[in-house]
Design a protein around this ligand. Structure first.
Ligand code: ADP
Ligand code: MG
Length: 587
């Protein structure tokens, strides 16, 4: 058996190891330490989580530090704040018999002044998350021009989280003479790219099987009408009673909206976006980590750095604006050797984007049908049956048993089972028995008539040239009133007394509510969804019809889904919640 003594470690470190109670080196330590101690070299080391990688780079790093200098000599980049603190703690224990060695942790969400002060006192080793590190370099608080060693820990995760550009920027402030040690659990394409880009003929160490890389994430998409996104999410959740998910939305507004709807419908959910304070975000993240929250609805920016194991599903409420971001999203699941699913809700016109994503991730998507009401009822039922079967009998119940038995005396076992399960089953069944099948043809897509207006809705508005508008000024006026961005209003067509314009279908409600009570020069402004969704002029076929007709008709179609949704959700939802809570109590 190899001993720590045989690896070439200093007496100080050996003493610390004894205090820590490590008896012998782990495999990755045994393989890397002698090489890293012997001569300056770059290295790529791959080993699963929990195999002792921190010590594998930590011991040699500490032994490499010149204690007579207070300059920063070693930098460790790691993906999350938690890991950052963990590594710092470990290093402090490893180095406890070195009097003059200072290790400082640098991460976001904590006082930058405090961290700056610690660094000023002299930090030979800095352990940092890329975001904060970049920030501090730019503010000239940290100088890494003299580092000899840079360690990229959990490189795969850092890339997953979108830190590539930050890392590149940070490393550009260091010297070419330094050595880079990359530690990672897996070796996806991106990591080998980093190795090529930032390292000079690195020595390669692999412990365990190589390339368990493609994390076990399967990618699926569902095609729905733009207004059915929420119902689709709801079905996915109902069909997966044990779901533990991150739902990604493109905007803060959607994030808040979806979270609120879920909560209103009795699910355990919370929003995470940039309008929350750091303290609020910490609170949400803590609850999610403890599984007190089942679904986290987040924007990409806010979710950067989420490091929670066990996430079963990533749900893309919409695809991200930047296709590349998809990798960061889907990487939130399938961690630590577990399987995960990344689901994307798309409208018909967005399917081509799926093909682009496939190219980027090098994996194929499968198109799936949303589970039917029957399927959901069945899954809920058997989920409950499983739970009942696995429940440990509480002996406190014994004293009630005779009375309970008396009450059910007249019923057969079959009848009792039927009645018992009907209690739960009926809730879901009632909701889903009348629920419309969600398909790609429902809602807005049904009138896209082959043209590419899939995700846009065309409106009629009763103002035009007579009110002093041309297409440009009307566009500006609408953008301002609706608080939409540059592309938010399109295909503006101004006639004498009325006009037409398109908005993304997701914003239909906004248009309706904005103009509900709006007056221009004392005149009521009337908007209607046009029947004919072609962008050309004269869209308002079937003409006439006052505000009532035009305004309500589409809404009714919308309401049909959402009001039945609402009813069912209340009852169905509470059951979902309770089953999750049952699960929590068990664990
Ligand atoms: P990784 O970074 O590979 O996921 P860590 O470095 O976090 O793993 O180590 C996992 C745990 O194993 C830590 O608690 C660490 O203290 C412990 N550990 C590391 N090396 C040894 C060893 N040689 N013997 C016993 N425990 C060890
Ligand atoms: Mg580690």
């Amino acid at each position: 058996m190899t001993t720590f003594e045989s690896l070439g470690l200093s007496p100080e470190i050996l003493k610390a190891i004894e205090d820590l109670g490590f008896e012998s080196p782990s495999e990755v330590q045994e393989q890397t330490i002698p090489i890293l101690l012997e001569e300056p070299t770059d290295m790529v080391a791959l080993a699963q989580t929990g195999t002792g990688k921190t010590a594998a780079f930590g011991f040699p790093l500490i032994q490499n530090i010149d204690l007579n200098s207070k300059k920063t000599q070693g930098l460790i980049l790691s993906p999350t704040r938690e890991l950052c603190m963990q590594i710092t703690n470990e290093l402090k224990q490893y180095a406890k018999y070195y009097q003059n060695l200072n290790t400082v942790a640098v991460y976001g969400g904590a006082s930058i002044t405090d961290q700056a002060r610690q660094i000023k006192r002299g930090a030979q080793i800095i352990v940092a998350t890329p975001g904060r590190m970049k920030d501090m370099i730019q503010r000239n608080i940290i100088d890494i021009s003299n580092i000899n060693i840079c360690i990229l820990d959990e490189a795969d995760e850092m890339l997953n989280m979108g830190f590539f550009e930050d890392i590149k920027e940070i490393l550009s402030h260091s010297s070419d003479q330094k050595n880079t040690w990359l530690f990672s659990a897996t070796m996806p394409k991106e990591v080998s790219m980093i190795a090529k880009k930032f390292m000079k003929s690195p020595k390669e160490i692999t412990v365990g099987q190589k390339n368990i890389s493609t994390k076990s994430v399967s990618h699926e998409y569902f095609i729905v009408g733009g207004r059915d996104r929420y119902s689709a999410v709801k079905r996915v959740v109902d069909a997966n009673p044990d779901i533990y998910a991150v739902i990604f939305c493109r905007t803060k507004r959607d994030t808040q909206k979806v979270a609120e709807k879920l909560i209103e419908d009795g699910y355990s959910a919370s929003a995470l976006h940039g309008d929350l304070s750091q303290a609020q975000r910490d609170m949400v993240m803590n609850s999610f980590r403890k599984k007190q929250i089942q679904m986290l609805v987040a924007t990409d920016v806010a979710a950067r750095g989420i490091d929670v194991d066990d996430i079963t599903h990533v749900i893309n409420y919409q695809l991200p604006d930047e296709i590349e971001t998809y990798t960061h999203r889907s990487g939130r699941t399938g961690r630590a050797g577990k399987e995960g699913k990344s689901l994307v809700i798309v409208t018909k016109s967005e399917v081509r984007k799926i093909r682009q994503v496939e190219k980027i991730i090098g994996q194929k998507f499968t198109q799936e049908e949303l589970p039917s009401g029957d399927e959901i009822c069945k899954r809920q039922l058997f989920h409950l049956a499983d739970e009942i079967k696995n429940t440990t009998i509480n002996s406190e119940i014994d004293s009630f048993i005779p009375d309970l038995e008396a009450q059910f005396e007249d019923l057969s076992k079959e009848e009792i089972i039927k009645k018992f399960f009907s209690v739960e089953f009926t809730r879901f069944h009632n909701y889903y028995k009348n629920a419309p099948k969600i398909t790609q043809h429902s809602a807005d897509d049904s009138y896209s008539s082959g043209k590419d207006y899939g995700d846009e809705t065309r409106f009629f508005i009763n103002i035009g040239e007579k009110d002093g508008f041309n297409w440009m000024s009307l566009k500006d006026f609408l953008k301002e009133q609706l608080n939409l961005d540059r592309d938010g209003v399109a295909k503006v067509d101004v006639k004498n007394t009325f006009s037409f314009f398109n908005v993304p279908t997701d914003d239909v409600e906004k248009v309706q509510s904005t103009f509900d009570t709006f007056k221009l020069k004392g005149r009521h402004v009337n908007v209607e969804i046009t029947k004919d969704q072609k962008s050309g002029s004269g869209g308002r076929k079937g003409g006439g019809g006052g505000r009532d007709r035009g305004d309500r008709k589409p809404r009714k179609r919308f309401d049909k889904n959402s009001s039945s949704d609402f009813k069912g959700k209340k009852s169905g939802g509470s059951s979902v919640k309770s089953s999750f809570e049952r699960r929590r109590k068990k664990s």
